[in-house]
Ligand binder design. Structure first.
Ligand SMILES: Cc1cc2nc3c(=O)[nH]c(=O)nc-3n(C[C@H](O)[C@H](O)[C@H](O)COP(=O)(O)OP(=O)(O)OC[C@H]3O[C@@H](n4cnc5c(N)ncnc54)[C@H](O)[C@@H]3O)c2cc1C
Length: 423
């Protein structure tokens, strides 16, 4: 018998491989571990690592962390120098006028901050440190370079310290973000520029006039509607400053987003004074935001896609971390069933699409409608003006941003009639 017969065909074998250890991948890993499912998780980066983002962590992130392990949330609350609690959001209309909307839970004021702002280099590292190494085999600094579906499973090739190795998995979780290789290789889905934002981010120190309660600020500038310019406060007098715009509009209008951002900082009457003493700590960097506004397949034979790999970013707010973590939580349940039955068919894994869209689609669809409404500059200015002059309306509006049923009202012509007559 030749020695080759005893050589293994693959360097490693496992039931589940996760590609990417950002919020989607790390959360999948943590929930799989809770269910006792062993797996391998790859990331081409080593942690801590940066990710271009606004760094805003919404209430959905808080809810998933609570499900994961309530103690994790207390760890965040205990480190305000890294995780800054945020109590609300400030919306500024294109005319520069704005409203403050405190975050609430089901209309009730809350005791702990309902959201956070934390640099992704810190938040993602925090999640990765909570991966359970008894169930997970983390392979960082390992880039997945090819993926092939074969009758015996999915074969992934990865580069580790200059060497090329292979792993055979029964199924793969695509958590590789906007350019996830699982999405690129195992699906033919292409996101249209109507459903894609381009985003830029920079870090500044000493931006003045920050809101009490560390409110995050969305400034809806004329040039980028329905996108916005943002200022999100960070610990130690730092701020995450950025801008997002639909790719469709960037192409149509042939604009340079970086120039629009820097012009707003230098010239916009509602913004420029705030930056007079500010210092850029890290320059402008860009990345894409695949929006959830178009329903798409999230699974197939031997794979599921979570987070940005499945285009799950809220089309109005641009928040993707919450949906990345929530999709991971749902996916872990379906993966556990697949492993238990040793069945990785498209029909079994499609349960993930169904469960996720059942929970998220109403919210996403509504956000998409609001995104389209705010493209009308006059309507946006009008709503903000009216809210500023009527406290009762302001309270109703505040509830809308915290409660999905209330948000439905934004679609109703009656809401705008009420605004018109200022009741
Ligand atoms: C400018 C900007 C601002 C944003 N602001 C906010 C905000 O304030 N709040 C919010 O909630 N969301 C925001 N988002 C969206 C948010 O960043 C994403 O939704 C979120 O990062 C999705 O997490 P993820 O785990 O799916 O992907 P990612 O965070 O992108 O993680 C993917 C991981 O996969 C790894 N990977 C990729 N390819 C490979 C490979 N071949 N092999 C191995 N590993 C690989 C990467 O190294 C990375 O670690 C913003 C996005 C942008 C671009």
């Amino acid at each position: 018998m030749s020695a080759n017969r005893f050589q293994r065909k693959y360097d490693m074998e496992t039931n589940v491989v996760i590609v990417g250890a950002g919020p989607a991948g790390a959360t999948t890993s943590i929930f799989l571990a809770k269910k006792g499912i062993k797996h391998i998780i790859f990331d081409k980066a080593d942690f801590p690592r940066d990710k271009i983002c606004g760094d805003g962590l919404s209430g959905k992130v808080v809810s998933v962390l609570e499900e994961m392990n309530p103690a994790l949330l207390h760890k965040l609350y205990a480190k305000p120098d890294t995780f800054l609690g945020s109590w609300g959001v400030y919306f500024a209309a294109p005319n520069g006028k704005g409203v403050n909307i405190p975050f609430r839970l089901n209309g009730r004021p809350v005791e702990q901050p309902p959201g956070f702002v934390a640099r992704r280099i810190d938040f993602d590292y925090f999640l990765v440190q909570n991966i359970d190494n008894r169930m997970a085999n983390p392979r960082f600094n390992c880039e997945i370079v090819s993926i092939e579906r074969r009758p015996e499973g999915v074969v992934l090739t990865f580069r580790q310290e200059g060497e090329i190795k292979t792993v055979l998995a029964q199924m793969v979780v695509g958590a590789g973000g906007d350019r996830c290789p699982v999405n690129k290789t195992l699906t033919s889905y292409k996101l249209a520029p109507d459903h894609y934002y381009a985003g830029l981010r920079a870090y500044y120190k000493n931006v003045s006039g920050m809101q009490d309660g560390n409110f995050i600020e969305l400034h809806f500038l004329d040039e980028v509607l329905p996108g916005y310019f943002w200022i999100f406060p960070l610990p130690n007098n730092m701020a995450n400053v950025g801008i997002g715009m639909l790719s469709r509009d960037i192409r149509r209008k042939r604009v340079n987003l970086r120039e629009i951002m820097l012009k707003a900082i230098k010239e916009n009457p509602a913004i420029r004074q705030r930056f007079e003493q500010a210092e850029e700590v890290e320059g402008v960097k860009g990345w894409g935001l695949p929006l959830a506004s178009q329903k798409r397949p999230l699974s197939g034979e031997r794979f599921v896609l979570v987070g940005d790999a499945g285009s799950l970013i809220d089309p109005f707010t641009g928040e993707g971390i919450g949906n990345a973590m929530f999709s991971a939580q749902i996916a872990a349940g379906v993966i556990a069933r697949a492993v238990e039955r040793n069945e990785y068919s498209a029909s079994l894994l499609e349960e993930y699409d169904r469960l996720l869209y059942d929970r998220l689609w109403d919210e996403i669809h509504l956000s998409y409608r609001i995104q389209r409404l705010v493209q009308h500059r006059w309507l946006f200015n009008f709503v903000i003006n009216r809210l500023n002059s009527n406290k009762k309306l302001m309270d109703t509006f505040s509830l809308m941003f915290n409660d999905l049923d209330m948000r439905e009202k934004l679609k109703s012509p009656l809401f705008y009639l009420r605004l018109l007559f200022n009741r």
